[in-house]
Unconditional design. Sequence first.
Length: 334
Amino acid sequence: MNAETPACQLLQRQDADYRGWLWVAPPRDAWLEQGQGSVVSADHGVLQAWRECGRVAVSPFDDAALEPPGAVLFWPKAHALGEWWLLWLCANLPAGTRLQLVGENQGGIKRVLKVLAALGLGCRKLDSARRCMLFETRLDRVGIDPDAAWTTFEAEGLTLASHPGVFGHGKLDEGTRLLLGELERHLPGPERVREVLDMGCGDGILAAWLARRGHAVTAVDVNGFAVEATRRTLAANGLAGQVLVGDVYSALAGRRFAAIISNPPFHQERSIDYGPAGRLIREAPVHLQPDGELWLVANAFLPYPDLLESAFGGFQIVADDQRFRVYRAVTGAR
């Protein structure tokens, strides 16, 4: 089977015996998923795909003992997240374990040379092709706790937990700020407690804001770092809420909500990907109670009006600041 992604195509042409290796934060690629070894990823979709193929798949938040003969780290677009994965590997795999690092040139793979040097780890270049590069080093203890990557910041009177690779890392997104302003004006307050879903919860700002207003909040994200960030955010503010890892509605088992609130992603690394947001909109009516509301904020150029019209039969643009739009759609609007 031929690899589908450029980084995997570079790996496929190597002479290395990857049997039993650990694949770290990989993309979706059938060559990997139906091959050898195990995976560690914070992406629920990747973990599910590997498990469906009968492969060992763990989250970095699982308590798993790992002693592979080697590991391959797929360098992410977020440089700080790549640094975190390096620290995690140094802390969780035996010293001396071979580590290969692969990534696309436009994704910043060349920067790993400075990162490895700063950690006191040697490095050699193995190969380059398909606009990608492959390096190799050996892991060692570096004396830096990966948990130090977690930070907090203040926004909207809340303490938010933040981690590299989580949307809005270290700051409140302007689209989310616009959405919160409209929710403040239009969404019922604590006098009417409702079951509300925060879809794509990120650092937990929407979940915490809604919980502070007295709503019964469920928060979902496909990214394990986001799920952990939201749990930490709720705890830091003394708020309650259920936080689940799942791909859009997959973890909700047919539950229905009075409102679904979201600032959905539209990027997968550097590529635009409307898939999750499309599913969020198309499937929202079956996860909303009668007269339930979908509140959505998105960049103004994104093609969501057609999706909203098709799914709900109508919608409102509640706010538009030329960069972002806040949409509201209600079940039964046809």
